[in-house]
Design a protein around this ligand. Structure first.
Ligand code: KG4
Ligand code: ZN
Length: 334
């Protein structure tokens, strides 16, 4: 049987990424980060879409070169249709459409959140169906029952901020650069979680992080009144305390989801799954909860086109193609 080569494009937020997937395996996965947003303390949509325009052609060239694949060998183009910033998505979608049209090959639309889950199929060992996936990113916090590659059921999500936003907004209060998640993780490893932040009382499997943000704001305000250098003198311990609380909120809902569904195959996905405390926390529950856990390699945690290509491959096998009239979706559930 001949190879199935998929070119994948991801441009939903502030990273432009291209990948080549052959028969479901990752041949290349290239990401152009947009560091310019650090200057503004967050992603500026207009700036992001302009940077995507500059990056997309070179990043696709690099992805093809690294994969050792010529454009004539590509069988389909997969792209992120949403959810995400419309101005960013439209750059990737327009590129994908033009590429597919010029080569006379099919287009495959991919849901970014479904792709974060299927990042687990970028490298073996693959999770066993059905499994639970906690997807934690800058825009989303979800617990999903994954029944098959393309069959997913959302059973819990955040009512306000996402877990990544909780990290990033805390970072802003602490005067850290955007995105603050990796920095908080870094400082937390040198600190002790000696400050107590409240655990929100949210029913069922949903999450809320906005109360935590307010608690941190008041905690810093009160302490800065006593000691203007409070943040500087206690940065590691503040980071360790906030991180511990965010992770404990995530893990307590995941344990509950496992108890309620009886599912013990447990995966995490999305940018926040790069967090060291979350990774350790999940591992340490393996024995106690009798879980089999799946933690993606760092490369496949944050936004990347490999996960779009892997999802595209499973859609290709089912003949799920889209046409040239496709438009971006700012919101789109799994
Ligand atoms: O999945 P992702 O790359 O983009 C979205 O789809 O949102 O996730 C980005 C988020 C940001 O909020 C970033 O601060 C967070 O992931 N993040 C982390 C870590 N690495 C990235 N949060 C905590 N600890 C980390 N090590
Ligand atoms: Zn993402």
């Amino acid at each position: 049987m001949s190879n199935i080569n998929i070119l994948a494009i991801e441009s939903s937020c502030d990273d432009t990424s291209a990948a080549v997937i052959q028969n479901g395996k990752v041949l290349s996965n290239c990401v152009a980060n947009q560091e310019i947003h650090t200057l503004y303390g967050g992603v500026v949509p207009e700036v992001a879409s302009r940077a995507h325009q500059e990056n997309i052609v070179p990043i696709v060239d690099v992805a093809l070169q690294q994969a050792g694949i010529k454009k004539e060998e590509i069988n389909a183009v997969a792209f992120t249709r949403g959810p995400g910033l419309v101005g960013s998505l439209i750059v990737g979608i327009s590129f994908a459409k033009a590429y597919a049209l010029s080569l006379g090959i099919p287009l495959i639309e991919v849901n970014h959140l479904q792709a974060h889950v299927l990042a687990h199929f970028a490298r073996e060992p693959y999770p066993v169906f059905p499994f639970l996936c906690l997807t934690v990113s800058g825009g989303h916090t979800q617990i999903i029952i994954v029944k098959d590659h393309l069959e997913m059921e959302l059973i819990g999500s955040t009512l306000d901020d996402a877990a990544g936003e909780a990290f990033d907004k805390t970072g802003k209060l602490l005067g850290l650069d955007y995105p603050a998640g990796p920095l908080i993780d870094h400082y937390a490893q040198k600190g002790e979680p000696r400050f107590e932040f409240p655990e929100p009382k949210i029913q069922g499997l949903n999450f809320s992080f906005s109360g935590l943000k307010t608690a941190i704001l008041y905690f810093l305000r009160d302490n800065l009144k006593q000691d203007p250098d409070f943040i500087k003198n206690n940065l590691n311990d503040i980071c360790a305390s906030v991180q511990q609380r965010i992770v404990s909120i995530l893990l307590s809902k995941l344990k509950r989801a496992s108890r309620e569904t009886g599912i013990k195959e447990i995966a995490i996905a999305g940018g926040v799954s790069a967090n060291s405390a979350l990774r350790q926390g999940i591992k340490s529950l393996e024995k106690k909860m009798q879980w089999n856990t799946y933690i993606p390699e760092f490369e496949f945690c944050t936004d990347n086109a490999a996960m779009i290509g892997v999802t595209g491959y499973y859609k290709y096998l089912k003949g799920e193609f889209t046409d040239q009239s496709v438009t971006p979706l700012a919101r789109w559930n799994v």
